[in-house]
Structures are given as C-alpha cells and as structure tokens.
Design a protein around this ligand. Sequence first.
Ligand SMILES: Nc1ncnc2c1ncn2[C@@H]1O[C@H](COP(=O)(O)OP(=O)(O)OP(=O)(O)O)[C@@H](O)[C@H]1O
Ligand SMILES: [Zn+2]
Length: 608
Amino acid sequence: MTGFGDITLLDLDTIDLSNLNRQFLFRKKDVKQSKALVAAHTASAFNPHVRINPIHANIKDPQFDMSWFRTFDIVLNALDNLDARRHVNKMCMAAGVPLVESGTAGYLGQVQPILKDRTECFDCVTKQTPKTFPVCTIRSTPSQPIHCIVWAKSYLLSQLFGEDEDASGEAELNEALQQGENAQEIATLRKEAQAFRRVRTALRSPNDNEEAAKLAFEKVFHSDILNLLSMADMWKMRAPPVSLSFEGIKNGSFVLRGKPANATMPNGPVAAVNGQNGHDASTSSTGAGLKDQKALTLQDNLELFISSTNRLAARLQADEETISFDKDDDDTLDFVTAASNLRSAAYNIDGKTRWEVKEMAGNIIPAIATTNAIVSGLIVLQALQLLRKAYGTMKTVMIQYKPTNPLSSATLPPPNASCAVCRDTFTEVLCDPSKTTLGDVVQGILGEDEREVSVFEEKRILADPDWDENFERTLESLNVTRGKFLNIVDEDGELETISIGIGILPSNHPGDLPPFVLPRPLPQPPKRVKVKLPTTPLPSPAKATKRPAPDDGDIVEQQPAKRLKTSTNGNGSDLSSPRKSRQLEEDGLIVLDGSEDGQDDAEVIIVD
Ligand SMILES: Nc1ncnc2c1ncn2[C@@H]1O[C@H](COP(=O)(O)OP(=O)(O)OP(=O)(O)O)[C@@H](O)[C@H]1O
Ligand SMILES: [Zn+2]
C-alpha cells in the first residue's frame, strides 16, 4: 500500500494456530499452510498493482546466493533467530543491498537500518548470548524451576526418547578407564548408563501399562537421588533433595516435607527466561480455572508422567525413531511438565503449571499484534529513508515500555572497524564447483598480488602459506559450493580480508572457456584499520544503546567473530562428538569445548 511494486516474500514455515493472534494475514482455515503463500495471497487483495512472489524456503538455502540478493533494492528482515539474521546481514553486506533489521519482544521492539560502509551492520555489535547454567546445576543441584525444566527437556527426554548414545558412551568410558581415570567413578557412570539402557529397552517393548514409566521414575526420582544423597559433602552447604516413592505417591501415603501427595505444589512467579521477563504470576491466578493453568499436585504430576511416558513409548513402538522436545507437541510438553515438577518436588522448588512450562521450555516471548504493527510501520519508514538515500535522517528506532514516550531513537554509528563481516571486501566468482579448483579461484582473485595468505571457508582452514595441497582440489570436493564464501586472509594482517561468494555459471557460458568467471576488475582490499584497544573496558554497546534482538533460541558464537585456524576436517567441527553436540544444539544446548580441568562438571552448557 506504500507503493512497493514488486515484493518477494520468503519464509520457511507453515502457519501455527499460535500465529493467528499477532497479525492480520492469516485466518484459522490457513493453519498448516505456507506462511509465505498465504500472506502473499491475502496481501495481493490490498493492492492489485503489486506483484508479490512468495517463496516457501529457508533463506540459507544455496540458491539464495549473492546474485540472488543483488536483484533486490532493499531487504526487510522479520526473523526470530540470530543465525538467520546474521546470515541475511552477511548476504546483504556481500551484495551491497540495504537492509532493515527488526525484532519485537512483547511490548518492546526495534528497527535498525543497515547499509554497508555507512552504518553498523548487524554483526558490528556483540549480541547478548543466551543464559548459561553449569552442568552440575542441571544434573545435581537445581535451585530454580527453570533448572528442572531444562533437565527434563534437554537431558531426560533425550536420554529416554532421543538418539541412542550407547555405543559411543561405552567406548568413551573404556577409553577413560584406559587413561587411568578414577575406576570407581567410571563404574558409577557405567551403572547409570546401564540403568538408562534398561529403561530405554522397556520403553521400546510392548509391556504392561505402567512398567516402563515406573522403571524411569524409580531411576531418576528414587535411585539417582539416593546416590546423590550418599555424597554427604555435597549437602553440607545446601538443602538435600528427597527421593520420591512411586507407589507412595500413587496410593497417597507419601508425605513430602509434611505435605500429602494430593496437595498442590507451591507455585511461584515465572522466573526470568532468556534475559527477558516472563509474564508475572497474575496469569496463573486469572486463568486458575483453565486446565493448562491449574496448579498440579504430586499425584497429578505422577499421573501425567505415566500417561505422557506411555504416549511417547507408543510412538516409539509405532516406528518414530527418536522424539525431541517441541512446545507444540502435547506429549513432549506433558512429559517435561510432569518430570520437571517431580524433580522440583524432590528439591523443594516451586512447581509450574503446564502453561508456564510451555512458556519457559519453549522460550516463548508473547507476540503482541500492536507491537508488531508499530514495528512494521517503522520498518517501512526506515526503508523509505534508505531508498531515498536520506542517510542523515535514518535512525534506529525502539519501542520502549514508557507510555509517555513510547518511541526512542538513536543515530546510526559507523561500522565497527574490527567487524569480521562488514569490513571484508566482497566479490563473487561464478563457477562450476565440480570442475573449478581452489587454486583457480584463489590465484585468479589474487592475480599479480603475491602476498602470503590463508584461505578459509567459515572456520575451516583450507590453505596457508606453508600448505597449499588443497589448491589442486575441486571446490566441490572441499564442500565449497553455491552460496558459500571463501575468505582470503592476509597473513601479515595489513589488508582487509577478501570474501568470495560462490555463484553458478550462466547457462550460456561457453564450454570451451574455463569453468569459472573471475570478477573484473579484481578486488583491491583496503588497508586494515588498526584498532587501538581501550585500556579501561567500555560499557557494552549492546547494553548502552540498544536492546538485544529477540532470539528464538539459536546458539551462535560470540561476535564479532575472529577467524581462527581451528580445524582441517571436512565439516569444520572441532567438538569431540559431532553427533552429540548436534543433538544438544537442537535441544537448545551446546557443550563448550575445552573444559580446563577435564571434569564433566566444569563444562558449561548454554541454554537458549
Ligand atoms: N532461516 C529461515 N528462513 C526463512 N524463514 C525463517 C528462517 N528462520 C526463521 N524464519 C521465519 O521467521 C519468522 C519469525 O516470525 P515469528 O517471530 O512470528 O516466529 P514464529 O515461529 O512464527 O512464532 P513462534 O516462535 O511464536 O511460534 C517465522 O515465520 C519463521 O519461519
Ligand atoms: Zn559489521
């Protein structure tokens, strides 16, 4: 309606019931349809002269390469995770296309115009990383409901219903024993693994109603707690947990800290999740009549534990191989609600309603239609400024929780001289990666320039001044394909990095020419600006000038990222068990490598 005549609309998702309350493009009948297609269809009626091209895909797919991004005058982001935001930011920097970045979180919102070489890019400023909990807090000494929720969602659920880590776990223990680690500790770990194996087997074989659920319960809420209690040192400074009794809770004879099993668990306010404030406790009281918002008793939680375990077990037996947490999957949500509440009971922590667990485990920040509408308007206003090249009046605009002054704005700082994204000199090579070698590209781009360089793809190092064997290999064999970038890094740190986007050859490329097209003129990276480190720490710009962009739970590295020579293996992963770390990442957890003293408890997990 503003006059944009040609719009491409891209989203990977389908419409959920929970999306309906926050915008005006989807109706109930559209649930399960592609967001992009339905939005395009609805919006096309607003103005028949606008061409809207919907695409149902992931923006990270290889076909959305530099050339594709270059076809746009401007890009407007409305993403919910850092990973996709950072990707689009980089592509816009590479293609030299203006970007309007935006986000909302409840009543708060933010819009930031970005233009390469003129303003900060999305990655110029360090983003607040997700909240972290030490592993031991989650595994042995929880003190808040969120600790128990994380345990149920990311540990217990995957131990019972996730990928089988048995073989690798067993090998790790054998290896540790050979390396002379404490034999008694290894025996305990082995016993623990065996107990999980028994439960996993029971869950996968048809059996009597409660058998598997009871086995799981006895292990985690009874035996494991007794084990922990036997380590007297642990409980000198903190209150010990109480082991729970399956039969006792069931028949009502179990009394926990003076309270019978059919009394509701104390239910405190929702803890802050992800650095955002959860809604306050009023939701629980106003909605006390609703099933989801009812405070649960120990008995309710046991019943829910049994029924959700049975439902999940039935799904395994009906050939679902693994099950992981999804806030919209009732079976997993019920399991996490029940398991976290039972654990909270054992540790004398407040219980949570199913509704609250959904919010905390699913990292849900309520989306509000009016905030989204205001932000949409601000996006369009800033987009117009960018397109008019009215650089002096462009602003980062924030919606703040201040009724007398709901909008605030900030002028746009110039790029961060040490940003690892927007300070690069971008160029593009069109090629057939199955026929083009790394040497063709790197030597072609450097031309007469004979300085010493290293070559990276993301964090993978592919060549350095003393190691050029990969120059003979094709890009395809090195997994450097369409949409990816090769970085040529100056060994002496004198010149900025050249970042080469890999694109495909035009269909009419003559077969008798080399299978690649180099850019003309060749890129000339400028001298790197030496950044003087301040002697006293400055306040974090993220805190001083803007709120962190709301994030739906992706885990990313700290920014601005430095390129390090890390690994030379094919997938760039330097975590010891890629499969395990992938699983944890999917659950919203990541195990940081290199725990200094080698103890499990010293590792840190980041919780989204
Ligand atoms: N890599 C990506 N490619 C394309 N679209 C993406 C990508 N990552 C996220 N999105 C889209 O960004 C949109 C963000 O919108 P929104 O914040 O309303 O999230 P949502 O997932 O619909 O909501 P909720 O998290 O509350 O269920 C979603 O529609 C999501 O599909
Ligand atoms: Zn930048």
